[in-house]
Design a protein around this ligand. Structure first.
Ligand code: PMP
Length: 417
């Protein structure tokens, strides 16, 4: 009998039969509070009736338009809707299927548009698993070990990590920008540097928000050296951080924005957006793909954007995120192993640190498992796997948040007993 490959790592033993809002149900109809949102994908909750209706309608009308062969209305609508929320000037878009694919596409775009080849990425960043996106990824070794050599032309500079170094935010930013200048003076000369790529909140690398001054500093370097600033909003976009884009917390102008995950509430869809002036410097036909901009995914994305807007989900993410962070800090106050609780909006990490200051991955795994046994699904992240992250659907209510915090408190008691 065939089985799933052991190359996959299962975060929970749950066999999900159905999903509704912030809940998943297994085949015995046991209910789980889903604070994973399928790694930040089910922004409008599981099976939001309007997403279901839009997708069902589209399935019965046109499933596969193939957007470089024929255009279709859902994609035109989606492009118009995204244009209303994207940073000013980023009004040329193309679509692919996953975050990784969009990241790789942005690298190809940056290389073609600038005639330069290097990309500077930041330590702890996650941009995907495929060979090109994986080459930009340093959130851990599992996407690199035994896999390289990776795509060449990548240099790394530090991401500001105040907690890890015991620094203030401004110290961490000063260090990161000084090191970036050093990398540009030694490893990746500006004349060879096509782009800087950054996540507004370091995601898989440990849920560490980028301080606004850091992002401002990146913009300055990009301008000074004629490089592009690519912002990977795959996990942070579409309201997740309590603003529509993670970058909105810094008010910095990007050259390229990548969005995926929450965009289509679970249908595979990603987009790359940039100004016309930049997109026009790339070769026609150099981007695209068979399934990119699938009609059903596009219809689901239009519904998603409508729901996010009409149900006020960005404001809800800010409000519930603040409530969740406050609750989690109360729990952390009782558990010294919870060294840091941080995040933005509904993207919050709980970092486990052993008494000797080392990352406590075993403690994080125990707490995650204790939470799952009590009906709360969570994921871990961070280079050492010692950060338990909470990333619920954006439709989460105060009651769900309070329930999750109560279960987390119980799970922490059980895991540290
Ligand atoms: N970029 C970021 C910031 C991500 O969080 C992820 C996925 N965790 C990716 C890219 C890759 O996306 P995908 O898994 O859809 O390829």
């Amino acid at each position: 009998m065939a089985e799933l490959s052991p190359v996959l790592k299962q975060a929970t033993p749950v066999l999900a039969a159905r999903g509704e809002g912030v809940h998943l149900y297994d085949e015995d109809d046991r209910r789980f509070l889903d604070f994973t949102a399928g790694i930040g994908v089910t922004s409008t909750g599981h099976c939001h009736p309007r997403v279901v209706e839009a997708a069902q309608r589209q399935v019965g009308t046109l499933i596969h338009g193939q957007y470089t062969t024929v255009l279709h209305r859902p994609l035109l609508q989606l492009t118009e809707r995204l244009g209303q929320v994207l940073p000013a000037g980023l009004d040329r878009l193309f679509y692919v299927n996953s975050g990784s694919e969009a990241v790789e596409a942005s690298v190809r775009l940056a290389r073609q548009a600038t005639g330069r080849q290097n990309i500077v990425a930041f330590s702890g960043g996650f941009h995907g698993r495929t060979m090109g996106a994986g080459a930009l990824t340093t959130s851990g070794t599992k996407t690199r070990a035994g896999i390289g050599p990776m795509m060449p032309g990548v240099a790394f500079a530090p991401f500001p990590e105040p907690y890890r170094h015991g620094w203030s935010q401004s110290e961490a930013v000063r260090f990161a920008l000084t090191e970036l200048d050093h990398v540009l003076a030694t490893v990746s000369p500006p004349a060879d540097t096509a782009a800087l790529i950054v996540e507004p909140v370091l995601g898989e690398g440990g849920y560490i928000p980028a301080p606004p001054e850091f992002l401002t500093g990146l913009r300055q370097r990009a301008d000074r050296h004629g490089a592009l600033l690519i912002v990977d909003e795959v996990q942070t976009g579409v309201g997740r951080t309590g603003r529509f884009w993670g970058l909105d917390h810094a008010g910095v102008r990007p050259d390229v924005v990548i969005t995926a995950k929450g965009l289509a509430s679970g249908f595979p869809l990603s987009a790359v957006a940039a100004p016309d002036e930049l997109m026009s410097r790339a070769w026609p036909g150099s981007q695209g793909g068979t399934y990119g901009g699938n009609a059903v995914a596009a219809a689901a994305a239009v519904a998603t954007l409508d729901i996010v807007h009409e149900e006020g989900l960005v404001a809800n993410a800010a409000e519930q995120g603040a409530r969740l962070a406050e609750g989690l800090r109360t729990v952390a106050a009782d558990h010294p192993v919870l060294g840091d609780v941080r995040g933005r909006g509904l993207m919050i990490g709980n970092e486990f640190t052993a008494p000797d200051g080392s990352p406590d991955a075993a403690g994080a795994a125990r707490a995650q498992q204790a939470a799952a046994e009590r009906g709360l699904l969570l994921l871990t992240c961070g280079p050492h796997g010692n950060v338990v992250r909470m990333i619920p659907p954006l439709v989460v209510t105060a009651e769900h948040v309070d329930e999750a915090v109560a279960v987390w408190a119980e799970a922490m008691q059980a895991a540290t007993a």
